[in-house]
Write a protein that binds this ligand. Structure first.
Ligand SMILES: Cc1ncc(COP(=O)(O)O)c(C=O)c1O
Length: 463
């Protein structure tokens, strides 16, 4: 390269400008400076580097194989199968995202950003922002009937992350764990990732069958359970069962993870105290999520842990991540403190009751004799038994008709016979869209009942 002085004269710019330009080109790898002999064009230009790696055909990769645990997780079924596009009848796991107060939320975001100090752009507390932990503890005390203080709360990126962290903290590879059958694939994956030996335990009208679990795996170290609204069957766990579970766990020296993912929405049913509120030993770890009460993309949830576990839990989290984004935590704390959360919950309870009623009416109107809804007392989905149709075939036919349903068997682990039933989400379906959705589902059930060549299932796989 010419010297910086020559370049400055040639280009009629200042020498500082040419010096800065040369420095930048050296930093980016286009030029190489050799002390005493000058500046040269680099032998290998940076633009060539990515191209050469991109050109590597994928067949030729020679990386080592995955771990056994990696393979087991990669082979797991996705938790749900979705058609492309926005929520449609009867997508499960999604709340009324159409009614979320986006305007209020964006005002709170803007206010927080305008007032952000340099300190607030730094790392925050590993356990989560104190103001949010205070708001969560106050809400859980009032709404779920259990005692806890902000020191016991760990803010996490959703319930799934919570269960994963707890499994890391509490289980050694090979430890036994009870898992509801059918049950939540997210929890199952966390148990697989921790190397646990999973013991599927059946669920009946009263929830997890504690006696069956005690006879199948009496020495299990951990139980994962969804007592408020068993996922996916929807039954609340009865009080005697809750007490039996705690008594067994106490005798066996086992931990209990209570996933209270959509306890806020009860449709006329009387609330039963959460397990955490009944536990006198500090063996219940309570997991909550904002995915159903607010919106899933927020990715915020929390754990309530016994006080003596708190430091260890924070240390386990610190080993792999710090805290969820500070801005989101601050906005959520404002949303709760300023009463928007309570208001939104009150409104949503009414909306979900209406949507459930619309689902029940539409099922009676369009699917009588083909589909029978089980009573839904809480939550945002209902289970419907199919009369004389194969649930997998209905699933495939429903996708062709543009509706989403999940076969109940998708949540089983293959150990128990699961009836031909569908899981139908109603949280994200407007009441006035329920009839049209149910009409399409009736047509899909008709298709599935009709003998004929099997058609390809074109449902795409989502999250
Ligand atoms: C049983 C259960 N627990 C928890 C969650 C929420 O998980 P997250 O907070 O990670 O979105 C879901 C979501 O569908 C669920 O079905």
């Amino acid at each position: 390269m010419p010297s910086s002085r020559e370049l400055a004269a040639d280009l009629r710019v200042s020498r500082t400008t040419t010096l800065l330009a040369l420095e930048q080109l050296v930093a980016e790898g286009y030029l190489a400076a050799r002390a005493g002999s000058g500046t040269f064009v680099a032998h290998e230009l940076p633009d060539d580097l990515p191209r050469s790696s991109r050109a590597l055909p994928s067949k030729a990769t020679r990386h080592p194989p995955l771990s056994k645990r990696g393979k087991a997780l990669a082979a797991g079924r996705p938790p749900s199968e979705r058609l492309a596009g926005p929520p449609r009848p009867f997508r499960i796991g999604v709340p009324a995202v159409d009614l979320f107060p986006v305007r209020t939320w964006s005002q709170l975001v803007a206010r927080r950003l305008r007032s952000a100090s340099p300190q607030q752009l730094d790392y925050g507390e590993t356990a989560g922002a104190l103001e949010l932990r205070r708001a969560i503890a106050a809400h859980v005390r009032a709404a779920r009937g259990t005692e806890c203080d902000p020191e016991q709360v760990l803010v996490v990126s959703g319930a799934r992350r919570a269960i994963d962290l707890l499994c890391q903290l509490l289980l050694d590879p090979g430890d036994g764990a009870w898992m509801e059958e059918p049950g939540y694939p997210g929890a199952r994956n966390a148990l697989v990732a921790a190397g646990a030996r999973i013991h599927p335990v059946g669920v009946d009208d009263e929830g997890l069958d504690v006696a069956a679990g005690a006879s199948v795996a009496p020495r299990a170290r951990l139980v994962y359970v969804t007592p408020s609204h068993q996922f996916p069957l929807g039954v609340p766990m009865s009080l005697p069962r809750r007490l039996a579970l705690l008594q067994w766990a106490s005798r066996a020296g086992a931990w209990v993870i209570e996933d209270d993912y959509d306890a806020e929405f009860r449709h006329g049913a009387r609330p039963v105290p959460c397990l955490h509120g009944l536990d006198g030993d500090g063996r219940v770890l309570y997991v909550g999520s904002f995915s159903k009460t607010l919106f899933p993309a927020l990715r915020l949830g929390f754990v309530i842990a016994p006080r003596d576990l708190r430091d260890a839990l924070v240390a386990v989290r610190r080993a792999s991540e710090l805290h969820p984004p500070r801005l989101d935590q601050a906005v959520l704390a404002d949303f709760i403190h300023e009463g928007h959360y309570e208001r939104h919950l009150r409104r949503m309870r009414r909306v979900y009751r209406e949507r459930l009623e619309a689902l029940q009416q539409a099922a009676r109107r369009h699917c009588a004799g083909a589909l029978k809804l089980r009573p839904a007392l809480t939550g945002l989905h209902a289970v419907a038994d199919l009369e004389e149709a194969d649930a997998r075939q209905v699933f495939a036919a429903a996708a062709r008709h543009g509706v989403e349903v999940m076969p109940l068997a998708a949540y089983g682990f293959g150990h128990a016979r699961v009836p031909h039933a569908l899981v139908l989400g109603f949280g994200a379906v407007r009441a006035d869209a329920m009839d049209a959705g149910m009409e399409r589902l009736a047509a899909a059930i008709d298709d599935a009942r009709r003998p004929g060549p099997r058609r390809r299932n074109r449902a795409s796989v989502g999250v």
